[in-house]
Design a protein around this ligand. Structure first.
Ligand code: NAD
Length: 496
């Protein structure tokens, strides 16, 4: 990464600083606060992030504002061509991007590749900007009077991202916003900022004019400074529920358009008629993929009727075999968690869960198939059975490889258990019955549903549509919602 360089007076010499980007210039601000970026599989420090000051945030927003008038005038078809070029560059750098994700996040290379693929699909969607931005027209809304709807960009948009998808979530945001004619200030997660720097470098290489995409680094203060800045017209946020609620409230207070995607607690209902083998595979990869650090991870299995015993036995067998280790090792099924604090927080849940009366079937603190380096942030797959629906194991977003089984007698109770959750991101049912699947689809209070699918991720041309405390706002990320979010409508009524 060419732009990573060390300033002589910074702490931790030898560890590269992560640069920000404003107006096409890479800068390492003279920050007072720095945070370390780790490779979670080794515990090694791989970079340092300088936290932007208010002045750095203002410089990035001003650069975006300065670039906006010219960018807005670029015809959508030319903006789309930038996306085609960007897509080609992302394809060419596919492996390098996947490796960068694995290095700073820890997920396996296979998971990282899937993430890059999902990100590229958003760029492909954004390349449809000329069609996506089409207006509407009606002749003779009254005698001799015509009406037309014109879709126009907003101006400067800010995006604030979580650690768990270092490429895909930035790519949910800026390609669609920029293709719609906006300019953008991106704040990646301070824990996984390196892949975002590479994404921005490639965007410049694809021909993005100076100031169209800018980058600032930092934590909540920097996020709040972006939200409050009068030059920012709209805010896309993805992260934990309290932060999402905060960003939503702050953005509203400042009169901004906002979409804030929050945390999750996804329920997977398993009916007695489900295909057990296929279901176990889907549940295990939903719960333990990316070490459970996904907002679409299944974290509560609701086992209906007599499926409980065979299901728990099969889950324990499958999850117990998962090989945990460094994501670059092809033998590995599951990587580390993001930080030592995350591992300790998850261990706290396991400790309290074991004391709650629930059955600890698999204890991730003592996983036998751990082959990662000693300094890594390791937590093996954990399985609890007979969890009470009101217990924290079944209610809190643990964001780690912990799966809890709640047993219920029938589908109505299963749906009621899932609907007790304050979250409503995703839910799945495993069944061979169309009637059960229909009752589930009809009754469940969540926005992304899987039927015999464990990770119900909508493709880029649909909205990522969480409900309840998983989402604050009106228009969701990606798809037509994304285009509507990043555009404003003008209604023109004319008589000649
Ligand atoms: P986080 O909330 O700690 O951080 C997310 C971003 O918000 C970061 O850029 C961070 O700097 C900033 N931030 C932190 N606290 C803030 C605050 N109080 N106000 C404003 N900004 C703040 O989240 P994380 O740990 O990086 O990511 C994991 C979380 O993100 C999980 O809860 C997960 O479910 C959620 N997530 C949700 C989706 C979704 O689509 N709903 C997708 C991915 C991740």
């Amino acid at each position: 990464m060419a732009q990573l360089r060390l300033e002589r007076d910074e702490p931790a010499p030898g560890v590269p600083a992560v640069p920000g980007l404003a107006g096409g210039r890479w800068i390492t601000p003279a920050a007072e606060r720095w945070e370390l970026v780790y490779n979670p599989a080794t515990g090694e420090v791989i970079a340092r992030v300088p936290f932007a000051t208010g002045a750095d945030v203002a410089a990035a927003v001003e650069a975006a504002a300065a670039a906006y008038p010219a960018w807005r005038r670029v015809p959508p078809v030319e903006r789309a061509r930038l996306m085609f070029r960007y897509r080609d560059l992302l394809e060419r750098h596919f492996e390098e991007l996947a490796l960068s994700i694995t290095r700073e996040h820890g997920k396996t290379l296979a998971e990282a590749r899937a993430e890059v693929r999902r990100g590229i699909e958003v760029v492909e969607f954004a390349a449809g900007a000329p069609t996506l931005m089409l207006g509407e027209m009606a002749e003779d809304v009254a005698r001799g009077i015509d009406s037309e709807l014109v879709r126009v960009p907003l101006g400067v948009v800010a995006g604030i991202c979580p650690f768990n998808f270092p490429a895909m979530i930035p790519l949910w945001m800026f390609p669609i916003a920029v293709a719609c004619g906006n300019t953008f200030v991106l704040k990646p997660s301070e824990r996984t900022p390196l892949t975002a720097v590479r994404l921005a470098e490639l965007f410049l290489e694809a021909g993005a004019p100076e100031g169209v995409l800018n980058l600032v680094h930092g934590g909540r203060e920097v996020a709040n400074a972006l939200v409050a800045h009068p030059g920012v017209k709209a805010v896309s946020f993805v992260g934990s529920q309290p932060a999402a609620q905060n960003v939503y409230a702050e953005a509203a207070r400042h009169g901004k358009r906002v979409q804030a995607l929050g945390g999750a607690k996804n329920h997977l209902i398993v009916m007695p008629d489900a295909d057990l083998e296929a279901t176990v595979g889907a549940v295990v990869s939903s719960a333990f993929g990316s070490a459970g650090q996904r907002c679409l991870a299944g974290s509560v299995v609701v086992a209906v009727g007599e499926v409980g015993d065979p299901l728990v036995a099969a889950l324990a067998e499958a999850a117990g075999k998962l090989v945990v280790g460094e994501g670059t090792d092809p033998q590995v099924d599951m990587g580390p968690v993001i930080r030592a604090e995350a591992r300790d927080r998850i261990a706290g849940y396991i400790e309290r869960g074991a004391r709650s009366g629930a059955a600890l079937v698999l204890d991730g603190r003592k996983h036998p198939h751990l082959r990662g380096p000693e300094g890594g942030f390791w937590m093996g797959p954990t399985l609890f059975d007979h969890v009470q629906p009101g217990h924290e194991l079944a209610c809190d977003e643990i964001f780690g490889p912990v799966l809890s089984v709640v047993r219920v007698p029938d589908l109505d109770t299963a749906i009621a258990v899932a609907n007790r959750s304050r979250y409503g991101n995703a839910a799945s049912i495993f069944t061979r019955s169309g009637a059960a699947a229909r009752a589930f689809r009809y009754g469940i209070e969540a926005g992304m549903l899987g039927i015999n699918v464990g990770v119900a991720a909508p493709m880029a041309w649909f909205p990522f549509s969480g409900w309840k405390a998983s989402f604050y706002g009106d228009l969701h990320a990606t798809g037509k919602d994304g285009v509507r979010f990043y555009t404003e409508v003008k209604m023109v009524t004319s008589r000649w």
